[in-house]
Every structure is written in structure tokens, then in C-alpha cells.
Design a protein around this ligand. Sequence first.
Ligand code: ASP
Length: 338
Amino acid sequence: MPAPLVAVASLGGTITMTAADGPHGVTPSLTARDLTASVPGLARIADIRAETLFSKPGASLGFGDLLRALDWSRRAAADGAAGIVLVQGTDTLEESGYFLDLHWDRPEPLVVTGAMRPPQQPGADGPANLLAAVLTATAPRSRGLGVLTVLNDEVHAAARVRKDDTTALDAFGSRPFGPLARIHERSVHYAALPLRQPPVPRPRDGGGHPRVALLETFLGDDGELLRLALDARFDGLVISAFGAGHVSAAMAAVVSEAVEKAPVVLASRTGSGSVLSDTYGFPGSEQDLLRRGAVPAGWLDGRKARLLLWSLLAAGEQGDRIRAEFAARAGGTPSTVL
Ligand code: ASP
């Protein structure tokens, strides 16, 4: 049987970053072909087509770049790729993976990966992550699962994963549900499958993209930053609130004003768990904010809630449609099947 075709594109990131001798920091320099050529045995697993789309640090990627990567991936799948791998900086990997997942409308697995250590550092993890990503992209079980985030021999649902360490090799985790699969002796062992929702339509080119602000609350926050965001006329606002969805009483009053001007989504700043809906009753509690008109982000953290709100606004959704989409996409848990 011929090896499956896997399309690999590089957007940049640490996995591509090298430094000249001397006191210089690492910067993106390796191409997608350099990366695939550095992985022993890769050609025995798949017929690789490699292309460099960008050479950027993760921090400088934007929606336009991600839409280009999405279109490239769709074309690669339409041209016969069994799976697609995108390599990029881990700083924004959790956001780009979820954004792509919202818009990925094909059964072929779209796998995103990167590296925590640059190629010249001892113990560099880029080649192992790329190998694991290609294995995942070619695994029959990966079909229909949307976008998968692969690092450190773990496969995560892009809709759940977060980067929660600055340098550790196991910086990516999917609290509280855990990874979907482990890579073991060059095969992918699934233990859970994600619940997928229909894709959100791809935003049209041209015209302005929505502006959605993400604000994390803090001790002593009286809502002044939220008011500034309102004055700046953002199209949507996401609040990373305390604990299970709480802000100060002073800020709650500003939330009431905000919901009159733009959709306001309530997420938690904790990094794990869902916002509550009917436990606390004090001013600024989750019940109070939902009564004032905030939309609960459910299990989505603020970063992912911002991407969902952005995508819904870009698709022209408003009011109750936004609320319904959040209810459908932000709830639920992966179902264990094996
Ligand atoms: N530290 C980042 C990375 O792991 C740098 C970046 O996101 O480009 O790739």
C-alpha cells in the first residue's frame, strides 16, 4: 500500500527558531522542509508535502494568517492529503487550534503542533512532536475529530487544550477532562473522543473583522477597564471572571451597561472548570451577571470564548443566536468510548 499523503505547513514558532553564535536570541529561520527532513523515519510513515506559509513567532499571528492556513489546509485535503499538520509557536497554539477547529469542515484530521525547546537546545522536542503529529494525522481513528493538538506524545482536543507552563515539555493539558490519546510505539491509542459541533461558516474576505476584547478581572476591579472597552466600541466583550464566574458589585453595574451595547460573555479566569449558573446569589455573582444579560461561556476559558464570539460575530450572528451557539458549543463533555 502506498504511504498516505500528509501535508505539513510551517507558520513559524520555537520549533523553527535558531540563533547565530554569540549573544543573540533564537528567531524563526528553519523551513517546513528543514523540519520534516530532521525527523528520522518520517518518510516511511507518510509521503510528506511540506510548505512554509509564514516564519513568525506565535505572538505575531493574526486572524488573517489563520484564515490563510485554514484555506491552505482545506486545499491540501481536497487535493488528496489524508491528514494535515500545521507547525507553529506554542504561545498561541491553544487559540489557533480552537479557531481552526471552529471552522474546519472536513473529515481529514487537522493536527497542530510546535515545540517547547528550540532545535539547538539539548533535548529539543520538535522532531518528536512532528513525528507524533504525522502519526496522528495518518491514524484512521483521528478522522472526523476536527483539530487535534499534539505535543509530548499526547493528543488533545483543540477545543479543550491550554498551555499552562512557560517552558515544561508537558506544558499542554486539557483540564479537567484530560487528553484524548497517547502515542505509544509509533501508534496512536485513543481513550476518548471529542463531541463535535457543526463548523461555523468561514468569515468572508474583505470588510472589517469584529473586534472582541478579553478582560481579566482582578482584586479591587471597579469595572473601569470594562467601561474603557465600552467607550472603545468593541463589538463583543469577554470577561475572565473570578472563580466560577464572579466580579465585584461595582463591576456588575458596568456589566449591565455593557450588555446594552455589545454581547458580554462570562468565563472563568481559573483555567479549568465551567462557570456556574445557579449557586451564588450576591451582587456580581454568576446568577446576578446572567440575570443582567451576560452569556455563560460554560467550559470554554476566556481565550476560547473570545474566538467563538469573534467567529459568531464574523458570521453575522446576534442576540439569541449567539446565546444558543454558546449553549451548544460551550457545554458538554467528551464521551469516553474505549
Ligand atoms: N515560545 C514559543 C514557542 O514555543 C514562541 C512562539 O510562540 O513563537 O513556539
